[in-house]
Ligand binder design. Structure first.
Ligand code: NAD
Length: 208
């Protein structure tokens, strides 16, 4: 079995898209799919899908469709989605609360474990069953609940401090929605997410 880190990032993202399609198909009562079905559902070329799936090892006989349950299990194992992952959101403003309320993350085995903010008016408010806690307690609470994933939805000026508190509490994986560059110790992983950048890229293609 190849190491988890050997799958290139673009393949990981496409496998996540395939996983989403498998969840939807299973909900619609389907039992199997072939790579052309997956192409139709995801917009990813069937040849590319087969290449990405080759990271999961032997994939059965060519020409025969994939068993959805089996493929889902194999992607989940490889992407580490088969075990529940707790995450915390730091910054319970517009974006933080929207993410906290999004039900789709549960299907990917992510469980919101904590929400933090500095605004006294927000502390104690319950979002998706989780009470907003004071940011001063980030390190203590992450450590106590063994939360290793932190999502940053604070203003850019507060991002580095929030990341440091999360790392001090044992977080090693950070999803950074802020526009700030975050410096973390070796061994930590930061993924930067920007819808705004996506808009900017789209703007480039809009006819003048
Ligand atoms: P917001 O002002 O609604 O929310 C920010 C929240 O963070 C507030 O509730 C504030 O009290 C809290 N906060 C401030 N300092 C804090 C600290 N030290 N610890 C914990 N909480 C703290 O802002 P928003 O619109 O939700 O945006 C949040 C962040 O996400 C911003 O950095 C924004 O630039 C970014 N953002 C990114 C994208 C993207 O495409 N990646 C899209 C929208 C917003």
């Amino acid at each position: 079995m190849p190491e988890r880190s050997k799958i290139p990032d673009p393949s990981l993202a496409r496998l996540a898209t395939v996983y989403r399609a498998l969840l939807d198909s299973q909900r619609n009562g389907r039992k199997s799919l072939n790579s052309l079905d997956l192409q139709e559902l995801t917009g990813i070329a069937a040849t590319q899908i087969r290449k990405d799936l080759s990271h999961l090892g032997e994939m059965g006989k060519p020409g025969v469709g994939y068993d959805i349950g089996d493929l889902k299990r194999r992607i989940a194992e490889r992407l580490n989605l088969s075990r529940r992952q707790k995450f915390a959101i730091i910054g319970a403003g517009r974006l933080g609360q929207a993410l906290a309320s999004y039900p789709g993350l549960v299907e990917f085995s992510f469980k919101l474990a904590a929400l933090f903010d500095v605004d006294k008016k927000k502390i104690g408010k319950v979002v998706n069953g989780v009470a907003i806690q004071p940011a001063a307690e980030i390190s203590k609470n992450l450590r106590r609940h063994r939360v290793r994933i932190a999502v940053l939805t604070v203003p850019a000026s507060a991002a580095q401090g929030a990341a440091e508190a999360a790392v001090q509490g044992g977080a090693r994986w950070i999803l950074n929605f802020t526009p700030a560059h975050i410096a973390v110790p070796a061994g930590c992983v930061v993924r930067n997410v920007s819808f705004t950048n996506e808009f900017a890229v789209l703007a480039h293609f809009v006819e003048k």
